[in-house]
Design a protein. Structure first.
Length: 112
């Protein structure tokens, strides 16, 4: 758990969780409230937060991708995942977690 705060890859994993949760809250709660209950308050609140997390995720992905020398295909998969609901959770499970384990053991990251 400590590595989520101390390594760039760990911080990317943390930001991916936060970005994914903010997207789900935005699409699953805030937008329906705006259109079905005529209450745009949550969209005005969650929208900018999600936008900042989205940008932070993109910058973190590019930074970690360059630092870890990921192939462009790997980096682009991670970037595309942030626009798909549940995508960041999928990417964390199948790419970022594996990369994190391999970083701890000193092995190079090899995506399946």
């Amino acid at each position: 758990m400590k590595q989520l705060f101390t390594t760039p890859l760990g911080r990317l994993r943390l930001v991916s969780y936060l970005e994914g949760i903010s997207l789900l809250v935005l699409l699953g709660i805030a937008v329906p409230l705006k259109y079905f209950a005529s209450d745009p308050t949550m969209v005005k609140t969650i929208g900018p937060v999600h936008g900042m997390l989205f940008l932070w995720f993109i910058l973190s992905t590019l930074s970690v991708g360059v630092e870890r020398q990921w192939r462009w295909q790997t980096t682009s998969k991670i970037l595309v995942a942030c626009i798909i609901p549940f995508g960041t959770f999928y990417i964390d499970r199948y790419i970022l977690r594996q990369a994190s384990k391999e970083a701890q053991t000193g092995e190079g990251f090899h995506e399946n």
